[in-house]
Design a protein around this ligand. Structure first.
Ligand code: FEO
Length: 403
């Protein structure tokens, strides 16, 4: 069964895309929406250039896809923008099929990493930041973009065509039904872009902003952006650049509050329902995730909603003198992946020990999150606790207004 797409982007440039229904990307992120790996093939006067590749399990498919355009033996250069194996996993097989002819163009930091992962006899050609590499009728300009998503990451710009081959940057999760941004309304796709940014490169948000400044600063204004995951932008490349900037800055959507809670026997849920009612009464739009005996949301989806929320309401029960484990795990990932501040209303039910407030504070200690109010009650919330929650919601909304 053919799982890949070969699509002409320009007369000399082709997309090679495989759709991966992997359950847990990086063995971590729950992605029922799937992901694509996009490699690209450029036919230049000086020879064929392959940009990146696919996961190793799709290596034979990649060779088949390449053969629809060119003999693998004609590949003169392989550009490795980023060594992570979702892109480099196929390089061993491609080099074998290519009789090892191709030179591997990459950042110096990529060399040892590639040698540690594969046994191929690489012919490396190190490229420098800002270097222009002539292919006869085309020029590649290499731009060093560290931590997008590893320290060795580069992007390439085809000067004559205005194409930015951006690897992980400007990519997104999901298996879009189309290849280009002009073939469908991309509004729905952007939520998978947001999830991808926060889950995969959120820890390096500052580097997204630095890379954007750098690319703009050297006057690169791409007509086409060809990322290694998801949709190609040719109708309006500014949309994806602006969206990346927005997510990296953690800008909020007006009125959006993410509510996350666990409830083992309904006590926390009763308190949270009260808080949700207070928010809705004031025109706010809670996006709710709950860990109960019937629901267990994906942590990656929660992180994605947090990034553009104005504030959070977190409800947690005490479990073995600590936080309920899934909420505890979520807080750890919030601390790592969300690099901007959001005010929090914390609501907790305890049985024997009142520990939630200090435990959550500890988890978020070195972050920009701010607990504006913490309400803890034993067992079920009584009328007095619900009153406190109403007041807590007001303080949370005041914190939003204070920015
Ligand atoms: Fe798509 Fe960081 O690899």
């Amino acid at each position: 069964m053919v799982r890949y797409i070969v699509e002409k982007i320009l007369d000399n440039l082709y997309l090679l895309r495989v759709n991966d229904r992997v359950k847990f990307f990086e063995a971590l992120w729950d992605i029922p929406e799937g992901i694509t790996y996009n490699a690209y093939l450029l036919i230049s006067k000086d020879g064929v250039v392959l940009f990146d590749g696919w996961k190793d399990e799709y290596a034979e498919d990649l060779l088949d896809a390449i053969r629809t355009i060119s003999d693998p033996n004609d590949i003169k250069y392989i550009v490795v923008h980023h060594v992570e194996q979702d892109h480099s996993g196929s390089i061993q097989r491609v080099l074998e099929a290519n009789s090892g002819i191709a030179e591997v163009l990459c950042h110096p930091l990529a060399v040892k990493m590639l040698q540690s992962l594969y046994t191929a006899s690489f012919k490396f050609k190190i490229v420098k930041d800002g270097e222009e590499f002539s292919l006869g009728d085309r020029t590649l300009k290499f731009i060093y973009t560290p931590w997008l998503h590893w320290p060795e990451t580069i992007v390439s710009y085809i000067v004559e065509d205005g194409v930015l081959l951006s690897c992980d940057a400007f990519g997104g999760f999901s298996i879009p039904s189309t290849v280009f941004d002009d073939e469908e309304d991309i509004t729905n796709y952007l939520k998978y872009v947001r999830k991808y940014i926060v889950n995969v490169i959120g820890y390096y948000s500052d580097y997204i902003l630095k890379a954007l400044d750098k690319i703009r600063g050297i006057g690169v204004s791409p007509k086409i952006i060809t990322p290694a995951h998801g949709i190609i932008f040719r109708k309006n490349p500014e949309i994806i650049v602006d969206y990346y900037e927005r997510v990296a800055r953690g800008l909020s959507e007006r009125g959006k509050i993410t509510v996350i809670y666990n409830s083992m026997y309904g006590s926390v849920e009763k308190a949270i329902h009260h808080a949700i009612g207070e928010l809705e009464k004031r025109g706010f739009k809670p996006v709710t995730f709950k860990f109960t005996d019937s629901e267990r949301p994906a942590i990656g989806d929660i992180l994605s909603e947090i990034i553009d929320s104005e504030a959070l309401v977190i409800g947690v029960s005490v479990y073995e003198n600590d936080l309920f484990p899934y909420v505890s795990y979520l807080l750890e990932l919030m601390a790592r992946k969300i690099r901007v501040g959001k005010p929090i209303l914390l609501i907790s039910s305890y049985g024997w020990s009142k520990v939630a407030s200090s435990k959550v504070s500890d988890k978020l200690a070195r972050t920009y999150f701010k607990i504006v109010e913490s309400i803890e009650f034993q067992g079920q919330p009584d009328m007095e606790d619900l009153e406190k929650i109403s007041e807590g919601v007001i303080r949370l909304l005041e914190a939003i207004n204070q920015g």
